[in-house]
Design a protein around this ligand. Structure first.
Ligand code: IVH
Length: 697
């Protein structure tokens, strides 16, 4: 190919790659496959190899491959890089507004912009004639470190932006709608961070490679940018959101924050999509507060919201207090992560005998709650993270999730910390613990272990199982201690006197009802539970791997417990969703003499449901053949209610998402299942959409 046209082809390829890069990393909406992208990039590389003099700093090939640096150079910022004063809660936010209102009457009718305060590393990006030429950390606000080579590897950072006026449409980017001369020199500020999803993926990959995992996305993002080898930075899933024009020359930029965000977006920069403009203080505060509750649904870590006066001229006129501009304030969310001392490690015994370690902590407040205990997940976690007694640990409490230890702050070790060894015997009954081949968990296999029994009974009587209202944990503990209950079937032979003896003094005091009434109500609830369905009884028995969904599957295939107890592992595996592990667990459960005894006692007590209409296979129905997974709280249903509703229309509800799942039904405060569904391309629907599927078929 003739040089001139080959050069044009190269330019065209670069434009294409930049466009696809923008679609993928800024808009989150790629239009070609990774394979096609790599092919385009490969072609550019090939041309550049033949013509090294054609390589420009904004070529997409220049994102990687730079040699490690000896040290970072210093960069003096073209304008001070300011920070923000904090406001904790709506009261302090109002006080901020009142303060600046007194200083300037224009504030009275001012508009505001609310943006997420992304918890990452602040970066300053320089563009000359539309080309990314330099990038720096904030440093002390006057001078930062030159991290250009590292920043080049961040795909969300455009290496080229439009420049001048009347360039017209460049790819998806439409800068000229502002009618401004795009500056020949433009300096913008943003935050580099790692999304929750990418962070989890990164840690998972490190774990699989047997490498040390990272504590949190923020430190990982900051660490990845502030180290000397750009190739290492390139391997980290760094993202970017920009929010400020720091400096401009040879051109014009908007003088309102809202327009600045729109403008930056039009130049091809990623901008937070939850930012909003307000002309009313109450609405502005309400929006800000709504994210205090909703922060966990954001794909990235935000430690607050930033409230800015929209009028940047007014903001500048208001001046600063130290390095904090008066025209903006950071509304801080309560902390979710804190460090504290790990005093000891305790062990809980679950209903299946699983031993779960927990951290005993130096009491610490996290988001308005005093935390003294936090889960440590399992013993492998303690070993993998090298968590030692006496360590300072990072603890997280987010939303409704129980607090958990993230890991130790090893830099703060004094040498007096003690390595932990898992117990060799059950802390509740003293029997030796066992480890199952291929499983992480350690078990207490003593069927008579009192702690397991408490958990078993607790589960048996719970709402989704036999639903015996009023049988609280305290009474259960007393009944077990008094020897009145040694398995769940014993509940059906309790007398009024047994219960009266077990209603503790504390219960008597705290409960408004007289003990006689408590006992009568309880006996009535126990009696009523005999009518519960086979599905509920099956899930109540707490067989490993048999949750509510699996219990329904079993109850659809076997008429009663007697029939199920005769099933072989092969028979069970005929059922969709039953793999060899669950099949074996079910067969083993029924084979145990202690469990046979429980079954005999239940049958004798009249607790022997037959498969009924609730669990009978629905041959027809608008949801027939469809498999649903439900996550989060649904507005109009309880957990078991939604299951019954779906099943009554012929659908099936299963516990976990797989390729076979038809839909994920999403409620409020959903868990990690959404991500899994998205990964597998399973449609996610809400309650209304579910009703529509039923109505339309
Ligand atoms: S504005 C005058 N906006 O929060 C401009 N900062 O001290 C001051 N941050 O470390 C900054 N998201 O890097 C602003 N939307 C946002 C932000 C934001 C995160 C960080 C910033 C700095 C700290 C504020």
């Amino acid at each position: 190919m003739e040089d001139r046209s080959q050069y044009q082809h190269l330019e065209d390829l670069r434009r294409q790659v930049n466009f696809h890069n923008y679609r993928y990393h800024v808009l989150d909406s790629p239009v070609i496959s990774d394979y096609e992208y790599d092919r385009l990039l490969g072609e550019i590389r090939q041309i550049e190899t033949g013509h090294p003099d054609w390589i420009t700093p904004d070529s997409p090939t220049q994102r990687t491959g730079a040699a490690p640096l000896e040290r970072f150079e210093k960069i003096t910022h073209p304008a001070p890089i300011l920070s923000l004063a904090n406001a904790f809660g709506s009261q302090e936010t109002r006080s901020w507004f009142e303060r600046i209102r007194k200083l300037d009457p224009r504030v009275d009718s001012a508009r505001f912009v609310v943006e997420p305060k992304i918890d990452g590393l602040s970066v300053i990006l320089h563009y000359r004639d539309g080309v990314f030429v330099q990038g720096a950390t904030r440093g002390d606000g006057e001078v930062g470190e030159d991290i250009t080579a590292n920043l080049r590897t961040v795909k969300a950072i455009p290496l080229k932006i439009p420049v001048g006026q009347g360039l017209g449409k460049q790819d998806a980017v439409q800068p000229d709608k502002f009618g401004l001369d795009i500056p020949g020199y433009l300096v913008v500020r943003g935050e580099v961070f790692i999304t929750h999803a990418d962070f989890e993926k990164l840690n998972q990959e490190l774990e699989e490679a047997g490498k040390k995992t990272y504590l949190n996305p923020r430190n990982t993002a900051a660490g990845s940018l502030r180290q000397l080898d750009p190739n290492l930075t390139a391997s980290r899933p760094l993202a970017l959101l920009v929010y400020q024009i720091v400096f401009s020359e040879d051109g014009q930029v908007p003088t309102s924050q809202w327009e600045a965000l729109e403008y930056l977006k039009s130049l091809g920069f990623p901008v937070a999509d939850i930012s909003r403009q307000f002309d009313n203080v109450d609405e502005m505060i309400a929006y800000t507060e709504s994210w205090k509750v909703g922060r966990d649904s954001l794909p990235y870590e935000a430690d607050g919201m930033v409230i800015k006066l929209d009028d940047l001229t007014l903001s500048a006129d208001l001046g600063f207090v130290g390095k904090d501009p008066r025209g903006a304030v950071a509304y801080k969310f309560p902390a979710q992560e804190v460090t504290t001392k790990l005093i000891d490690i305790g062990v809980n015994v679950g209903r299946t005998g699983v031993l779960t370690p927990y951290a005993v902590l130096d009491a610490v407040e996290i988001g308005g709650v005093i935390v003294e205990r936090a889960t440590l997940h399992n013993f492998d976690f303690i070993a993998d993270k090298d968590i030692r007694i006496g360590d300072r640990v990072l603890v997280k409490r987010a939303g409704e999730v129980i607090p958990y230890v993230i890991g130790p702050i090893t830099d703060l070790r004094t040498g007096s910390e003690k390595v932990y060894s898992p117990p060799e015997s059950c802390p509740a009954c003293g029997q030796p613990v066992e480890h199952l081949e291929g499983e992480v968990a350690w078990y207490c296999v003593n069927a008579a272990c009192p702690e397991q029994l408490v958990r078993n009974v607790e589960h048996f009587v719970s709402r989704g199982a036999m639903d015996i209202v009023g049988l609280g944990i305290k009474i259960v503990e007393q009944l077990i201690e008094a020897g009145k209950v040694s398995d769940v079937a014993d509940l059906y032979s309790l007398t009024r006197a047994d219960i009266l003896d077990s209603v503790t003094k504390k219960d008597r005091k705290s409960n408004k009802e007289p003990p006689g009434k408590i006992a009568d109500n309880l006996l009535e609830a126990i009696e009523a539970s005999k009518q519960q369905s086979l599905r509920r009884l099956l899930s109540a028995l707490g067989i490993r791997g048999v949750g509510e969904g699996m219990a329904g599957d079993l109850a659809r295939n076997y008429p009663d417990l007697e029939a199920l107890s005769r099933a072989t592992a092969e028979d069970l595996q005929e059922i969709d969703g039953v793999g060899p592990n669950i099949a074996e667990a079910i067969v083993n459960w029924f084979a145990r003499p202690a469990n046979q005894q429980v079954l005999a006692k239940l049958q004798a007590a009249g607790v022997w449901p037959q498969a009924d209409s609730e669990t009978a296979p629905a041959a027809s129905g608008s949801l027939a053949g469809l498999k649903f997974v439900v996550t989060g709280t649904l507005p109009a249903f309880t957990r078991s209610g939604i299951k019954e509703f779906i099943e009554s229309h012929g659908g099936q509800v299963v516990d976990s998402i797989s390729k076979k799942t038809s839909y994920l039904v999403l409620g409020e405060n959903p868990g990690s299942k959404v991500k899994r569904a998205q990964e597998l391309g399973i449609p996610v629907i809400d309650e209304d959409a579910l009703r529509k599927i039923i109505d339309n078929s």
